[in-house]
Design a protein around this ligand. Structure first.
Ligand code: FMN
Length: 200
């Protein structure tokens, strides 16, 4: 198939993008609103944007009615968030946290998760997460308008937590981490069939 992307329905574009750009890492983003209500949601349009300073990039799309998701509103209002890394043991809780709950619902409670106190931000982290990155908002870029329009959020990491069980001799132990990645639809991948290639 070859086509001008403008001829495709946005649902077809979504299926092609999420079916070919994979597996995607999952930023499990915790925030809190101006009143202190915690929020938690997963986002797989996620990567590292810079090492110096260390910055993460997460893209949060507009809802079908064109409004902003709670995570984005909280990040704009407070200027901070935590990226928790969800692994296989936390997959079901991560999935529970993605429901379209009202803003006043705390997804930590919905998913039965404990909060860890932020060291450099007010937003709580997921206590059970093997890795947590506490971020302050470095900047954001609104892309488009209406349903599905993205806002690229850049978060500068101020504090990180890595559980001792997954950290060995200066490296994250892949087997201990039990990392998962997002595929298309309801699909997920486990990261265990890896291989090495030395760079030229
Ligand atoms: C694994 C996974 C990955 C997701 N990735 C994204 C994403 O990259 N961008 C996005 O806007 N929504 C994504 N979603 C949907 C959001 O998690 C969902 O809209 C959530 O309700 C947003 O919560 P909030 O309104 O509390 O911010 C994803 C959902 C799942 C389960």
């Amino acid at each position: 198939m070859d086509c001008d992307i403008r001829e495709l329905e946005s649902s077809a574009v979504y299926k092609i993008l999420t079916g070919s750009i994979l597996p995607r890492p999952i930023a499990w983003v915790s925030t809190q609103d101006k009143l202190g209500v915690a929020n938690l949601a997963p986002f797989s349009f996620f990567t590292v944007a810079s090492l110096n300073p260390p910055v993460l990039a997460v893209s949060i799309l507009r809802k079908p009615d064109g409004s902003e998701k709670d995570s984005l509103r909280n990040i704009r209002d407070t200027g901070e968030f935590v990226v928790n890394i969800a692994n296989q043991p936390l997959a079901e809780a991560m999935n529970l946290s993605c429901g379209a709950y009202p803003a006043e619902v705390d997804e930590f409670d919905v998913a039965g998760l404990q909060k860890s106190r932020g060291q450099s931000v007010h937003a709580p982290g997921v206590a059970q997460a093997p890795v947590r990155f506490e971020c302050v908002l470095h900047g954001s870029l609104d892309i488009g308008a209406g349903p599905g329009a993205g806002t690229l959020v850049l978060g500068e990491i101020r504090h990180l937590h890595v559980a001792d069980q997954v950290y060995r001799q200066g490296h994250i132990d892949l087997d201990a981490l039990q990392a998962i990645g997002k595929l298309a639809g309801d699909g997920y991948a486990r990261v265990h069939d890896d291989f090495d290639l030395a760079r030229p």
